[in-house]
Design a protein around this ligand. Structure first.
Ligand SMILES: Cc1ncc(COP(=O)(O)O)c(C=O)c1O
Length: 423
């Protein structure tokens, strides 16, 4: 065993990793474009964008250059009482892409903290207005991160069962089925009347960690409309769906209703640096504008609006705004749809779905869809033997590739998927 792996096994604790039975980690010494290069000479296709963060490819020369330039001028500066051009420009430019009505950008560190900020922002909004609304509504099977607020609004499952007694009460409702009944919406409105919740948080159109579960924009529109009618704050968690994954810049772009608060992270820096953003509508911000100092939003992180992360985000945004990137997203979407048509002919009993650059297959398995389904390990090792990084969500095999992935690599991945299902 190599020295680095021996040391890793001795000193390091990896995320979401079973300590006793985990496979020995693969030592990545270089990454470029859609590939990882391991020290045993393998070139591995990153079919999941390194946990959904990478957009334009690894070590993209333009982003790397902008980050390195930033490192010569201001690597980090405090963001309370101080500002810097990167944060201001990023805020201004992102607001042009975020849902209409979003007016302010609050910076944090990652997806979980962007959600934590959103939950606190919504709760204190009501507190500052002297209203006692405390309850959140969320979808069943949701994933909003690993902080306590994120866990509370997320699904109650193996991810957080050790903390269940410390999580706050949330009303969880199922995502709407494609042929959802009127009764579902009537019950939802009844619940809004009865509970008078503070906010409704949702992953718009795709529940990523739940196994790329998808639901329709027209149904989410109705739920959001009802929330607007009952003054319930709408929080869109676009941490996974943002930056083109669903085929549009944000999943919110499929909706007529617009969120009041939006959480973004992951693709925000093109996969370079951790950075989270919570944007909000003007009316939320105004509830904090007061002579009364107790109405301040007392939240911040040491690395809030880190200038190097902002430089990466601006460079990634430059690339996102290029027609070339839109073309790549469109190309991947088309290839996914073609393969899906082909796949459905041969495997009509396997539920398969796609939206934008996301493609998912739900392998029927005993015990249903869940993260600990042992099928996940056999899927991973099959694809690793083909030099493809796929990290299934239990029995759900999915692709979320970086936009630079070639047609050739996608065709190779599809052929391996067909081989996997025919085995
Ligand atoms: C929808 C959603 N929200 C929040 C998070 C948490 O993000 P992070 O892992 O950056 O804390 C994730 C992570 O997968 C996510 O998919």
């Amino acid at each position: 065993m190599q020295e680095i792996i021996r040391k890793d096994l001795r000193h390091v604790w990896h995320p979401f990793t079973h300590l006793k039975y985990a496979e020995t980690p693969v030592n990545i010494i270089k990454s470029e474009g859609a590939y990882y290069f391991s020290d045993d000479g393998r070139k591995i296709i990153d079919a999941i964008s390194s946990w959904w963060v990478n957009l334009h490819g690894h070590c993209h020369p333009y982003i790397s250059e902008q980050v390195s330039r930033q490192l010569q001028t201001n690597e980090h500066s405090i963001f309370s009482g101080f500002t810097h051009p990167g944060a201001v420009t990023l805020a201004e430019r992102l607001l042009k892409h975020l849902p209409a009505g979003q007016e302010r950008i609050f910076f944090s560190d990652d997806g979980s903290t962007s959600v934590e900020v959103a939950l606190k922002m919504a709760l204190q909004y009501w507190y500052n207005k002297g209203d006692n609304r405390r309850l959140f509504i969320a979808f069943e099977n949701a994933y909003h991160g690993d902080t306590f607020g994120g866990m509370s609004v997320g699904a109650r499952n193996v991810f957080n069962q050790a903390f269940s007694s410390q999580l706050f009460d949330v009303v969880h409702i199922p995502i709407p089925a494609s042929d959802e009944s009127e009764d579902y919406f009537e019950q939802f409105e009844k619940m809004l009347r009865h509970h008078v919740p503070a906010a409704f948080i949702f992953e718009p159109l795709v529940q990523g960690a739940a196994g790329m579960q998808m639901y329709e924009a027209r149904h989410l529109n109705r739920l959001m409309q009802l929330c607007r009618k009952h003054e319930v704050i709408r929080i869109a968690d676009e941490v996974m769906t943002g930056f083109g994954r669903t085929g549009k810049f944000f999943a919110n772009d499929y909706l007529e209703e617009k969120a009041d608060i939006t959480c973004i992270s992951k693709g925000l820096t093109g996969g370079y640096m951790p950075l989270g953003i919570t944007s909000c509508a003007g009316f939320i911000y105004e509830a904090y504008l007061s002579e009364d100092k107790t109405k301040t939003f007392f939240h911040g992180h040491s690395y809030t609006a880190n200038p190097t992360a902002c430089a990466a985000a601006l460079a990634s945004l430059d690339l996102m705004e290029k027609q070339d990137t839109a073309n790549h997203i469109f190309r991947i979407q088309g290839l996914h749809e073609n393969y899906l048509r082909f796949f459905r002919k041969f495997y009509p009993h396997i539920p398969a779905r796609s939206l934008g650059t996301i493609l998912a297959f739900e392998i029927p398995a005993e015990g249903g869809t869940h993260y600990l389904n042992p099928l996940g390990e056999s899927i991973s090792s099959f694809f690793m033997s083909k030099n493809i990084l796929i990290r299934p969500l239990g029995n759900v095999l999915y692709l979320v590739p970086p936009y630079c992935i070639s047609n050739h690599d996608l065709e190779y991945i599809y052929s391996c998927i067909s081989e996997f299902f025919s085995a």
